[in-house]
Design a binder for this molecule. Structure first.
Ligand code: FAD
Length: 307
């Protein structure tokens, strides 16, 4: 019940101002956001690598309003890639990007987002790594998939994300499960209408299993983005049934969520990538994490009240 209310609040400027200024917010934000600056995130990447974990780095931000902000987003990623270069982690540290942060929703946004994301993909490729395009709300996906296809002409390793709550996703998975593709499957984190998305958790989970099977049986590289123990066990089984070795797919989880499980799966020989978000514009990302688990909201409320 609370999830949709929190997701609606994630789009409200008034709530953004209120929550950002509330005492106690930072303590809860720190659980999900790895830092505000590239200097703060680099030691976290090094620490993860030391534990046998891989990372995908997200400079938080979305819903920007000017082309200058889109260019600033591009530059923030270029700065990050410059810093990753010296670590020589190659594909063990990749980038996740939200095209809305690259200008997708502005006038001429499709072309603008493509123009801004291309240099990031190019720079990542130059240091031996890749970029994955995150999936945002359903109205943005045709543009995201078209940009993905365009980028793959020069950088075939560019990944993308699909969401099991959307009716369209099984067809997208079939199209994308081709040789050389990298596809992350997640349940989906936005507030979507019943005309395009399953609303029932059990239906979303069943679709997740069907889509994971398509990806595992396909020719691409599946990236299983979930903290759900049941879906993780099913993905392992589907990988086995499809004859995949452990390094022929990977698990992905979010920084700050089920961290013991990150290490456990890596110790079992799985590739485990931690989606590590950092930066100052954390509001939208943080609110989606609150919406996913009502207990987070209780924790958040308590930390505000005790300040
Ligand atoms: P759930 O059933 O929600 O959770 C299973 C268990 O995991 C919970 O019982 C709880 O123990 C734990 N858990 C899950 N979420 C939280 C939380 N916020 N706080 C504390 N514990 C939690 N969504 C998109 O729409 N687009 C994307 O591009 C995208 N990228 C993602 C990348 C990665 C690597 C991951 C892991 C998720 C991504 N998501 C994305 C979010 C995703 O859609 C889900 O909202 C999120 O993963 C919660 O679903 P779940 O599969 O973990 O299962």
């Amino acid at each position: 019940m609370l999830g949709p209310v929190i997701l609606a609040a994630s789009r409200s400027d008034k709530m953004r101002r209120f929550i950002s200024a509330a005492p106690g917010t930072k303590q809860v934000v720190d659980r999900f956001i790895a830092g505000e600056t590239v200097d703060q995130v680099v030691p976290i990447v090094v620490d993860a690598a030391g534990k046998g974990l891989e990372v995908t780095l997200d400079v938080v931000g979305e819903d920007i309003t000017t082309p200058a902000q889109a260019e600033a987003a591009r530059d923030a990623y270029l700065e990050l890639i410059e810093r990753l270069k010296v670590l020589e982690l190659g594909p063990r540290a990749e980038m996740s990007v939200k095209l809305s942060m690259f200008g997708q929703a502005l006038e001429g946004g499709h072309e603008l987002a493509l123009a801004n994301v291309r240099p990031v993909v190019e720079a990542a490729d130059a240091i031996g790594t890749t970029v994955t395009l995150d999936a945002e709300d359903h109205t943005t996906l045709d543009s995201m998939f078209a940009i993905h296809e365009e980028l793959r002409k020069d950088f075939p390793q560019t990944g993308c994300v699909i969401q099991s709550y959307l009716f369209r996703t099984e067809a997208d998975a079939r199209r994308l499960a081709a040789a050389g593709s990298r596809v992350r499957i997640v349940k989906g984190a936005y507030k979507e209408p019943a005309s395009v998305a399953y609303q029932d958790k059990a239906e979303i989970d069943k679709a997740y299993v069907r889509i994971t099977r398509i990806l595992m049986e396909g020719e691409g590289y599946p990236m299983i983005g979930s903290h759900d123990p049941r879906l993780i066990a099913i993905a392992q089984e589907l990988g086995r049934q499809a004859g995949r070795k452990l390094d022929e797919y990977e698990f992905q989880m979010l920084y700050g969520i089920r961290s013991d499980e990150h290490v456990r799966l890596a110790a079992e020989g799985h590739r485990m990538r931690v989606y590590t978000a950092y930066g100052t514009d954390w509001y939208g990302y943080f609110m989606r994490r609150l919406a996913e688990k009502p207990a987070n909201l209780l924790f958040f409320g308590r930390s505000i009240l005790t300040k």
